[in-house]
Design a protein. Structure first.
Length: 598
């Protein structure tokens, strides 16, 4: 750096570090001292931030990048020496006694949990312009993902408190990891909706920072093409959540408050909370340090496979192997067909849906050693086979599910397999890409995500004894989906299967063209026959019995063109909208006992 001595002391340190790490190119084009000083200051402010937000600092980032880039250049396989095999874990079947027992154990334990939502991603594949947590999970009620998550946590909090100590409730902490791409919009969404009923102090936002881009195999940091005093940055991945939680100090606060579990989840899975109580019950019963919620996975489906990896040197771990790596790993280890379905019609490797339950004590112990650093990877796009230069700059990345990679072999790492229909329906793909998904594999689109909620709720009611008419097949935006009755309920209405069964009695039936939205806690269905639309709103303390034959024109699903920009984007991406022709809607705002029987 020219005239190094003219810089303030902290900047001298950073400049020295950069030049020792082979980064002098960053300063080569700098103007003379006295010229463009403000930009130089801004440059060092950015370097200081990049340095402090990475465990081990920038020097460590550059060092790791060199090693990973060298491995990538020589084509070193990160799984070298490891043999994959199918691990054993807990496999649950919705609604049986085992499931019900785990659900009860999970609800009891929920007040000792904290929830962490990773929502720093923009969802480029979905091509939606807003933040994903603001998208309606379903359009019958228009409830967005974030609202449904918050209401689920509050419902768990209340149920857990009731089960274990009467009415007194412990507040379940809720953390949202955001990024520069999502932070302001997430905060706005919360503030303009009164935090969806949660106390603002119960919610903490932690913003992840981007990491420096790399121009070449020597890990020379890339300059922003539009600003020579700025280092180009890109997202580092959802693995950042661990170092952020660690450095925030929250983990120790939670530990001191007697919490035992941290539950991680992703931005757009409208079914997730149906799987949480039972999975948490598994964690508590089996004393798992790490419990990944998994589902049956179609071979080559774009979700990671949970795999036991055994090394020739004796090491062994249960870990997610990302979807693009599982197939080559299998082929390289004596499975010439790679990742294929077995006789069950599914891959023998359970699909990681990236909802993790970690036991807090061992988690803190591990992070104290690692500082929250997660094993990273690099994925450069090379110009040619010589692998000497990149098409565009690259960066290191990390994934939250790689947390177990540094754990000692004594750690209890398990998983819980749930029925896919119950637990997993993310919204990741745009209509065009979804329509191209191989037949039989899930679309993971806004269309399929919404239909999956109706399907799951219908199947749950069916299991609880309601006669549900069979679904019809319909095609929206080139995707063929099962359309079940559009049944939705507030999380507090039916948090567990036992709770749902308690609220249904006699002989109930719901026709395929029906819509039912239960927006209250104490709504009981008794000898109800529904053929049309029924909406019930009720406050806590209003006990409503619904029965008899309810029939009206109902709410119809109408196809819409996903390319029609006159329609709001959050609807367009579904390929349908709801035409609300006629409904029976009742609202109960006073406590007391009521009967609705037309
Ligand atoms: N995210 C961040 N920060 C980032 C990148 C992503 O917070 O820098 C968040 C996203 O908002 C989202 C979650 O991380 O909530 C996951 O992101 P993607 O949906 O883009 O994840 P992928 O589909 O690439 O894959 C992940 C896992 C897979 C599989 C899959 C299941 O890596 O193994 O489990 O989710 O949905």
């Amino acid at each position: 750096v020219k005239n190094l001595h003219l810089l303030p002391a902290d900047q001298i340190e950073l400049a020295k570090m950069l030049s020792e790490m082979g980064q002098s190119h960053l300063f080569q084009h700098w103007a003379e001292p006295g010229v463009e000083d403000d930009q130089k200051k801004a440059f060092f402010a950015q370097v200081a931030k990049l340095n402090s937000s990475y465990p081990g600092g920038l020097a460590s980032y550059i060092q790791t990048a060199r090693e990973l880039l060298a491995d990538s250049k020589t084509g070193k396989n990160p799984y070298d020496g490891f043999t994959p095999s199918v691990p054993t874990g807990e496999i649950l079947s919705f609604g049986d006694d085992n499931f019900i027992n785990f659900e009860e154990a999970g609800v009891k334990e929920a007040q000792n949990a904290a929830f962490v939502l990773v929502a720093g991603g923009l969802g480029e594949r979905l091509g939606y312009n807003g933040i994903k947590v603001a998208l309606p999970a379903e359009t019958t009620t228009g409830t967005c993902f974030l609202q449904s998550y918050i209401e689920s946590i509050l419902a768990l909090q209340e149920a857990s408190g009731m089960l274990t100590r009467g009415t007194c409730q412990k507040e379940i902490p809720f953390v949202i990891m955001t990024s520069d791409d999502t932070h302001t919009r997430t905060l706005d969404l919360l503030e303009s909706n009164s935090y969806f009923g949660m106390k603002p102090a119960q919610v903490k936002l932690l913003k992840q920072e981007k990491v420096a881009c790399l121009d070449d195999n020597d890990a020379r940091l890339a300059l922003d093409p539009h600003n020579k005093y700025k280092i180009q940055t890109k997202p580092h991945g959802h693995g950042d959540v661990h170092s952020l939680l660690y450095s925030s100090g929250l983990l120790n606060l939670w530990h001191d408050a007697g919490l035992r579990w941290v539950i991680f989840f992703q931005d757009t899975n409208g079914l997730l909370f149906k799987a949480i109580p039972a999975s948490l019950g598994v964690s508590a019963t089996k004393q798992y340090h790490v419990n990944s919620i998994a589902v049956q996975r179609k071979a080559k489906e774009a979700i990671g496979g949970i795999t036991r990896l055994t090394h020739s040197d004796g090491r062994s771990m249960v870990i997610n192997v990302e979807y693009n790596q599982l197939d080559p790993l299998l082929r390289a280890t004596g499975h010439p067909d790679g990742d294929v379905n077995c006789e069950t019609g599914y891959s023998p490797f359970p699909g990681n849906i990236n909802q993790l339950i970690l036991e807090l004590g061992p988690y803190i112990e591990e992070l104290t050693k690692t500082g929250g650093a997660i094993k990273e990877f690099v994925n450069p796009k090379y110009k040619d086979a010589s692998k000497t230069s990149f098409k565009s700059s690259t960066r290191l990345e990390c994934m939250m599910q790689d947390y177990p990679k540094t754990l000692p072999p004594s750690a209890r790492v398990g998983f819980t397999v749930m029925d896919t229909w119950l637990a997993y329906a993310p919204v990741k793909n745009n209509s065009e890409d979804a329509a191209k998904v191989p037949k039989g594999n899930p679309y993971h689109s806004a269309t399929s995500g919404e239909m999956a909620i109706y399907r799951a709720n219908s199947l749950i009611l069916k299991k609880a004894g309601v006669q549900m008419e069979d679904p019809v097949q319909q095609v929206f935006s080139g995707q063929e989906v099962e359309v079940w009755p559009r049944v939705t309920w507030k999380p507090k209405w039916g948090l567990t299967f036992a709770e749902i069964k308690r609220k249904i009695s006699g002989s109930c039936s719901i026709s395929q063209r029906s819509t039912m939205a239960l927006k209250g806690h104490d709504i009981f269905l008794e000898d109800l026959s529904l053929d049309g639309a029924l909406i019930i709103n009720s406050i806590d303390g209003a006990e409503v019995k619904v029965g008899g034959s309810i029939q009206n024109k109902g709410w119809l699903l109408e196809s819409i063109d996903y390319k029609d920009i006159a329609i709001p984007e959050e609807l367009r991406i579904r390929g349908f909208q709801i035409n609300k022709l006629e409904q029976l809607e009742e609202t109960y705002v006073e406590p007391g006992k009521f009967t609705l029987k037309p």
